[in-house]
Design a protein around this ligand. Structure first.
Ligand SMILES: Cc1cc2nc3c(=O)[nH]c(=O)nc-3n(C[C@H](O)[C@H](O)[C@H](O)COP(=O)(O)O)c2cc1C
Length: 493
């Protein structure tokens, strides 16, 4: 299967939803936490120091610092502010309590797993680890040298983000592969930005031989490697290299459900986007993004002193937004757009494939209407006039939050241009970029006293029709909304 076939087959339309399977098999719901039975478990110190640099400065490219000088606390900080549990919710009808994490996830199903390889960290044995957010601990799958040849060799910390598609497919069926990719994009930026707040640079590799990485990590076959992140910088507490015998513990991965229901389209698109080691030898930069301009120059950005640590752990998806009259300022919108335009340091992100279309409902100084954001010139071009609230909600599968927000977005992915550069693998990259843009918007909104929600459900072709997009201009891959959140009474902090 090629990407286009998968994408077309998983579009939402009135007809596709009418034929969709309804009801969830709660007895078979996948466990949101992976564990490896029988391996040593290493403690990550509780309550590590909070990264104090303002979130907006981190999002604008600033590099923070950390007072931490030991490896375990450094790792704890990195994961506590990117992947840990950060709140719980209680369902009022069933009293069922469930965990929410620093990184968002479609349906809160969390398909993304975090593995990491460490080398020469102070007070921490070299090895291969799996992060267990349920205990904020590291499962040691192997001790010694687990070199990932594709990552920068000198990196003291290399993370591998993997995805368990079944967790999402349980609820969302064949469309779930798209959400897994978005989730990885969110997690990618969650880690990258937490690392920056601690003074670490990173580089991300998407172009790697899948089977080799899966084999090196001995991933269970329900789990697929997606991104490799190398972290480096003076703030990482390192010691002198010590020779150490390599010991493999492995461990037994837990079974997530009684039964895994097969999803042939997901298996096919995943296979189509895999690379062998021969295909990985070279990565193309691709054609540059088209350049355009708009009549609205965006003002200088708004400011906020909210720390990165607080914004990352307090970030929540709004269940809905307060409709009413309260608007956001053009400076706030401008700040949010500016942080989405910051460079994404990855081998596949030399040119950008996502363009933002805005449905402005309540932004001071911006007439209600539809706008296109030209990232290079930092300008908005108005392409539609009038109240967009009903349209934005309707296009987002009738979800009111897209109409009650101050602003909603369609992220349009230039899939054809991306595929010309990277083949079918590009299907992943475009969705990673959309998730990355979304994660930056979540954190900027939080820093500015607003809230956001990612929206994976939309009527694909209706969006194209409404925005008057020709096939060459791309396809919608993600929706997003930002505004003033209503109180969520299920939240327990
Ligand atoms: C890729 C993606 C798609 C999402 N789609 C929707 C959506 O269509 N509607 C919605 O209300 N929330 C959506 N969400 C928000 C999730 O439901 C939310 O992230 C999850 O419940 C966890 O809550 P948290 O973000 O507060 O941690 C989406 C989130 C992501 C990352």
């Amino acid at each position: 299967m090629k990407w286009r076939e998968y994408h077309e087959s998983t579009k939402h339309s009135i007809e596709s939803l009418a034929h969709a399977r309804h009801g969830l098999d709660w007895e078979n719901m996948p466990d949101p936490f992976r564990h490896y039975k029988g391996v040593p478990v290493l403690d990550l110190p509780a309550d590590p120091p909070e990264p104090e640099m303002p979130a907006l400065e981190v999002l604008q490219g600033g590099l923070g610092t950390t007072p931490v000088t030991d490896g375990p606390t450094f790792l704890s900080q990195l994961l506590f502010y990117s992947a840990a549990i950060s709140a719980t919710k209680r369902s009022p009808s069933s009293e069922y309590r469930y965990a929410l994490r620093v990184n968002p996830s479609s349906g809160n199903l969390h398909p993304t797993e975090f593995h990491f390889v460490t080398r020469n960290l102070n007070g921490w044995p070299d090895g291969l680890y799996h992060y267990d957010p349920s205990r904020h601990m590291a499962e040691q799958r192997g001790r010694g040298d687990f070199e990932l040849t594709l990552a920068a060799c000198s990196a003291p910390i290399v993370l591998v983000l993997s995805s368990i598609a079944w967790r999402e497919a349980w609820k969302y069926g064949e469309r779930a592969y798209r959400y897994c990719l978005h989730d990885v994009g969110h997690a990618w930026q969650a880690v990258t930005l937490a690392a920056r707040s601690l003074g670490c640079e990173s580089f991300t590799t998407g172009h790697f031989p899948d089977n080799d990485v899966a084999q090196l990590l001995r991933l269970n076959n329900d789990e697929w490697p997606m991104l490799v992140l190398s972290l480096h910088g003076k703030s990482i507490p390192v010691r002198k290299a010590e020779a150490c015998e390599t010991v493999w513990f492995g461990g037994q991965a837990n079974q997530l459900s009684k039964e895994t229901v097969s999803h042939p389209l997901i298996d096919s698109i995943h296979a189509a986007t895999k690379l062998s080691s021969i295909e990985c030898s070279r990565i193309s930069v691709g054609e540059p993004a088209p350049i355009g301009f708009g009549e609205i120059r965006l003002p200088t950005s708004a400011s906020s002193t909210r720390s990165f640590g607080e914004a990352a752990r307090m970030r929540r998806s709004a269940l809905d937004f307060r409709g009413g009259m309260q608007s956001m300022s053009l400076a706030q919108l401008s700040t949010i757009l500016a942080v989405t335009a910051q460079p994404l340091l990855a081998d596949f992100a030399g040119t950008r494939f996502i363009q933002l279309y805005l449905y402005a409902h309540r932004v001071d100084g911006l007439q209600p209407g539809v706008y296109r954001f030209w990232q290079d010139r930092y300008e908005l071009e108005q392409i539609g006039r009038g109240d967009q609230r009903v349209a934005a909600a309707g296009l987002s599968l009738g979800q009111n939050l897209a109409g009650n927000a101050c602003i909603a977005f369609s992220m349009i992915g230039d899939l054809d241009r991306a595929v010309r550069a990277h083949g079918d693998r590009a299907y992943r990259y475009v969705h990673f970029e959309a998730g990355a843009v979304g994660q930056r918007m979540y954190l900027a909104a939080e820093a500015l006293g607003l809230a956001a929600t990612g929206i994976g459900a939309f009527y694909d072709d209706q969006v194209h029709y409404y925005l008057n997009l020709t096939p060459e201009q791309g396809q919608v891959v993600y929706h997003f909304a930002i505004g003033y959140p209503i109180l969520d009474r299920r939240l327990e902090g």
